[in-house]
Design a binder for this molecule. Sequence first.
Ligand SMILES: [Zn+2]
Length: 256
Amino acid sequence: MTEAINLKNYPLNDNDSIVVMFSKQKGLIRAVAKGVKRPKSKLGARVQMFIANQLMLFEGKNLDTIAQAQSVNTFSKIRSDLDKMSYSMYVAELVNNFCSNDYNKDENYCEIYDLIYATYDKIATSSTKEEVIFATLKFQIKLMNFLGWGLDFEYCSKCQKNIEDELNQSCFYSYSLGSFLCGECGDNINGVRIHNKIRLFLAELSKTNYLKKTKYDDLVNYAVLEKCFLFMKKYIDNLSSKKTKIFEVLEKTMLV
Ligand SMILES: [Zn+2]
């Protein structure tokens, strides 16, 4: 038995699908779901995206098959809201792109599983788009930390000095280096100015448990959260050749 969250599914043939999941015990896995395209299939409802199931798998030569699935949490409110769907798909894309064995050899599956679960739970129960973005932003930061690619928010990557914390000043960030810089070093290499308030907010999120509030939570507004989300998205997209596509796809379909 294993507990797993569905991230993606695609057709194998007329009756069966392949489901990509993140499992608490084994990390990223894929398995065949037989007969799910038949109208009366019980399994069909359980292999939908974002559902967490308790699974029994039959081991196969190339691919395992789902023998039994019992849902633990369907996160049903995600599927009735376009924003919740989009951000949840982004979360699934990141896990799918970054949590394969090529990238993550730590086998810290349990903590990543709990993070995905907590994020989907938070997105599902959010009552505003602001809360959805906040849940996803915290996911971005925590996932990168777990994978060993967390950003250093405190020290300049060039001179190693502590970046000063004056709240009315800005520091620098370099997209090509993927790191923060102090005022002096940032001036020399044409970094982008980032307000210290933003950097300190992200630093606080990075240090704080996903489920806990930080002292800034009640102060941030939609614009700040969106800016932070897009900043992290760009940082993460630059780390891998596999870029996340969901928001670009949505933008294009809206234009048509
Ligand atoms: Zn410096």
